[in-house]
Ligand binder design. Structure first.
Ligand code: PLP
Length: 375
């Protein structure tokens, strides 16, 4: 690929593709959005990096904007999703350490969860394919996603936190069953553990709410953001409540690049465009259309697809087990459509939040054609 514009990409042969995956739910404004480009150009000319020895205005403005938008009180910045998860895990451990409860060191996470590839985040990831060969990892206890009774069973006094994705992304685009997140909130409160939300894939409007936890009226104790936050610039963030802020005093955690003014300016541009163009509401509305179009395809191609699932502009067609998913990706790419597979069996649609509706229609007509061809 050599060039992108909006939700279109061109390869080195000049072939045009409609992008329905946005660099794994990252390029939420599409490619080359003028506000984002201007912000990155201006900030790189003004001051790109400094380290956390000094405050910079873009970073403070970003922390304030995120806290204002979400109701959290504090922000820590890093450069990727997995680093944001490490920050959550370290926050949880050190919180209980500073309260004299250092026997609370375990994390409850979920089967099929994906939290990243550094050792702590990998320990919480609940998929063998990512973990194989890197053990021993932990201590993390994995239970089935959606199973509150299993969580209750594992929530012993050794558990520091429950870590959850409000929609499992890499695990196959599985939205939390009704009542699950609220149940986790109630259980963790009752047992004195923290609730940590991994909104790296779902955050910044993707599911039709700024944070996907808002759909369930659930407020986690801390949340991880990345992917869409930078709109293509690598940045991660952990947001937490004031009560937890003291758990990571100066020097206890940090990052050389974290919070750099260039990344902060890129993320501020994302938040500005999301606000100005009403992209959270658009993700809800266009996501609804996408979902109904995909469920029509389930009826039209029953031999290829089994079901549709998702939330907002994070949607999937679940392929029948006998369908060759990788082969289907290639056929779609040849037809000029870029999507991804999640969890092996889910054809994932995570387009830019501002993809023009006509372009989405054109892409879905092609997806329909390709499915007809193999069905
Ligand atoms: C992508 C992702 C991560 C890891 O983010 P990286 O930036 O690849 O480190 C963690 N959790 C979820 C839910 C993700 O989708």
């Amino acid at each position: 690929m050599v060039r992108g514009e909006g939700s279109l990409l061109w390869d080195s042969q000049g072939k045009r593709y409609i992008d329905l995956f946005a660099g794994i739910a990252v390029s939420c404004l599409g490619y080359g959005h003028p506000t984002w480009v201007r912000a990155v150009q201006q900030q790189s000319a003004q001051l790109a990096h400094l380290s956390n020895y000094y405050f910079t205005e873009p970073n403070i403005r970003l922390a304030a904007a995120l806290c204002h938008r979400t109701g959290f009180d504090r922000a820590f910045f890093c450069n990727s999703g997995t680093e944001a998860i490490e920050a959550l895990l370290k926050l949880a451990r050190r919180h209980f350490f500073s309260k004299g409860e250092d026997s609370r060191h375990t994390v409850v996470a979920f089967e099929r969860a994906f939290h990243g590839r550094t050792m702590g985040a990998l320990a919480a990831t609940g998929q063998g394919a990512y973990r194989a060969g890197f053990g021993p990892l932990g201590p993390v206890v994995h239970v089935p996603y959606g199973d509150l009774a299993a969580v209750a069973d594992k929530l012993t006094p050794e558990v520091a936190a429950v870590l959850v994705e409000p929609v499992q992304g890499e695990g196959g685009v599985r939205p939390a069953p009704p009542g699950f997140l609220a149940g986790l909130r109630a259980l963790t409160r009752e047992r004195g553990a923290l609730l940590l939300a991994d909104e790296i894939q779902t955050g910044v409007g993707r599911t039709g709410a700024f944070l996907a936890c808002e759909h369930s009226n659930v407020e986690a104790d801390a949340v991880a953001l990345a992917k869409g936050l930078g709109g293509g610039f690598p940045i991660g963030a952990m947001l937490c409540r004031e009560a937890l802020a003291g758990a990571l005093p100066p020097g206890s955690h940090g990052s050389t690049y974290g919070g750099n003014p260039l990344g902060s300016a890129a993320a501020l541009a994302v938040l500005e465009v999301v606000e100005q163009e009403g992209l959270v509401a658009r993700a809800a509305q266009l996501g609804g259309k996408l979902a109904s179009r995909l469920s029509e395809m389930v009826k039209e191609h029953p031999r290829v697809v089994e079901s549709q699932r998702g939330l907002g502009l994070l949607q999937a067609l679940v392929l029948r087990p006998e369908v060759d998913g990788r082969g289907l990706l290639v056929a779609l790419r040849e037809a000029g459509i870029l999507v991804t597979l999640a969890g092996g069996e889910a054809l994932r649609f995570s387009p830019a939040l501002n993809i023009p509706e006509a372009l989405l229609d054109e892409a879905l007509a092609k997806v329909d054609q390709v499915l007809r061809g193999i069905g």
